[in-house]
Ligand binder design. Structure first.
Ligand SMILES: [Mg+2]
Length: 127
């Protein structure tokens, strides 16, 4: 059971961020994308891998040390790294002149089709 202060904070966060969809986020991310034109696609692709590595490193520490021995804000730290991954996804999509919202919708359709066909598990892009 959450105390009232914690619940108030959760409600505030939900209200503050509830309206941000993928395309809105992509527009905001684009305003903070500062890298040389010649490194379009390359820069966010490399950054995406780097940030995914930061996510993996934080999860590795949870595996190594146990959740009970993690800093109290470990979920927030991990969420922050996931946000960094998202930023690079948005930047990469922008460099490809693609909509992050469309990419998300296409991925959703792919996953739903796999679920319907019973091919969520297994391997291969064309399941
Ligand atoms: Mg990071």
């Amino acid at each position: 059971m959450k105390n009232s202060l914690e619940q108030s904070a959760i409600n505030w966060l939900k209200e503050r961020y509830a309206m941000l969809d993928f395309n809105d986020y992509q527009k905001i991310a684009k305003t903070t994308a500062i890298y040389p034109e010649q490194y379009k696609i390359t820069y966010p692709a490399l950054g995406l891998v780097g940030e995914a590595g930061e996510v993996a490193n934080k999860v590795k520490k949870i595996v190594r040390d146990g959740e009970d021995n993690m800093p109290s804000d470990w979920k927030e730290q991990l969420a922050s790294e996931i946000g960094d991954v998202l930023w690079y996804c948005a930047a990469l999509a922008s460099d490809l002149n693609m909509s992050l919202g469309v990419i998300a919708a296409q991925n959703k359709e792919k996953l739903e089709a796999r679920l319907k066909k019973g091919t969520l598990q297994g391997s291969g892009d064309k399941r």
